[in-house]
Write a protein that binds this ligand. Structure first.
Ligand code: NAD
Ligand code: MG
Length: 380
């Protein structure tokens, strides 16, 4: 029996993970779940899965759920609650599906308690990559990628060492605004940005996909996961989302991983790694797809991707500023306080204002997060 703690069980990745639990119900047992606002769904999940603990980040929602609940599940609250859910004795693996860098502290706690990590929460690695890597080495913990591109790369690398790799080909759908001009993007609406062509995901990552920041964050995620320099990670727009990413080896051979766009496959692969298991997912039929297309990203229109390359090449606290500024900007775009193109512009300005320093501790990251929040307020 695999005992799993799911951080962010009410979200897109969280609920798809629970679909996998339903399919393999004799093999996976849910011991902890967490959420923030959707307490109706948390209540349903508690009834169905009977986890040992459930943590609710928002205090008011915690109180509301506490009043409603009549079960053996221990209800926890706030960041301390998330950390307890992430480090609970019974868990073998922690699936991190919280959106945003708020997931960093619980992930650190899970690693310190020697939990295997199935990592969906890319912002954690973007903002705290150096700390997470050091801790994972120290506690001898595996970090298994859930992000589809990183799962693809990880699958392509099976049997090879990082020394065999020439470069990583990181594919991107291009999002809803692929091929559009700056003039067009000037006035695009939130609804338009939320219409992703191939994937159904949470709002934050969907907006990130429309700005190409998602690919920027994923490039940094790959940098930390696979020991490659950012120069050896090439982003390729591939609108069909069939090749989930590829690796070119020293001898020029390229191995790619393919499949229909369905997050359940990378989630399942991370949970049962290295085992491949039968499932009920639809097979890819190449005759139906007919053709696969590839394009260079337009980084003058979509500046977020270049900003991410810049942030990781500067290093230190700069990726934290990139990520923190992006989180605030996306939230403001979603609440219609800023326009689409402002997202990249604000991130660029804050990166220019920041004097980066080496990240040595969680406190450094939290300090830079606060710095970014303060500077953002001054700008707007
Ligand atoms: P989502 O918005 O659907 O769900 C987010 C989850 O995090 C929810 O359970 C929510 O309760 C919780 N959460 C949000 N804010 C919180 C806070 N302040 N404190 C505590 N909990 C909070 O997001 P998602 O699409 O499932 O994405 C989750 C993570 O997985 C993100 O880092 C995303 O980049 C990554 N990811 C998602 C997909 C996808 O297909 N959805 C694919 C690859 C990677
Ligand atoms: Mg991805």
């Amino acid at each position: 029996m695999l005992n799993i703690s799911i951080l962010g069980s009410t979200g897109s990745i969280g609920t798809q993970t629970l679909e996998i639990v339903d399919y393999y119900k004799d093999e996976i047992n849910v011991v902890a779940i967490t959420g923030n606002n959707n307490i109706d769904l948390l209540e349903e999940q508690i009834e169905k899965y009977n986890p040992k603990v459930c943590a609710v980040m928002n205090e008011d929602n915690y109180k509301l759920l506490k009043n409603r609940l009549n079960s053996k599940t221990k209800l926890l609250c706030g960041m301390e609650g998330l950390k307890e859910a992430a480090s609970i004795d019974e868990a073998d693996i922690v699936l991190t599906a919280i959106s945003g860098m708020i997931g960093l502290e619980p992930t650190i706690e899970a690693i310190k308690n020697k939990k295997k990590i199935a990592l969906a929460n890319k912002e954690t690695l973007v903002t705290g990559g150096s700390i997470i890597k050091k801790l994972a080495n120290k506690y001898n913990v595996d970090i298994l990628p859930v992000d589809s591109e990183h799962s693809a790369i990880f699958q392509c690398l099976q049997g090879y060492s990082y020394n065999d790799v020439k470069k990583i080909l990181l594919t991107a759908s291009g999002g809803p605004f692929f091929g559009k001009s700056t003039e067009y993007l000037e006035n695009v609406s939130v609804d338009e940005a939320l219409k992703h062509p191939n994937w159904s995901m949470g709002k934050k990552i969907t907006v990130d996909s429309s700005t190409l920041m998602n690919k920027g964050l994923e490039m940094i995620e790959a940098y930390w996961l696979f020991d490659v320099t950012s120069r050896n990670i090439e982003v390729i727009i591939h609108p069909e989302s069939i090749i989930h990413s590829a690796v070119e080896f020293k001898d020029t051979s390229i191995i790619a991983q393919m499949g229909l766009p369905d997050m359940k496959l990378p989630i399942q692969y991370a949970l049962f790694y290295p085992e491949r298991k039968e499932n009920n997912l639809k097979s890819l039929n190449l005759f139906e797809i007919e053709s696969l297309n590839f394009h260079k990203p337009d980084t003058s229109t979509f500046k977020c991707l270049d900003l991410a390359y810049k942030a990781i090449s500067i290093g230190g606290t700069m990726p934290t500023v990139l990520n923190a500024a992006n989180e605030i900007a996306v939230e403001k775009f979603l609440s219609k306080k800023i326009k689409f193109l402002d997202i990249g512009n604000y991130i660029e300005t804050l990166m220019e204002q920041h004097s980066p320093f080496e990240v040595n501790s969680l406190e450094d990251i939290l300090y830079v997060k606060k710095w970014t929040e303060k500077k953002f307020t001054e700008l707007i």
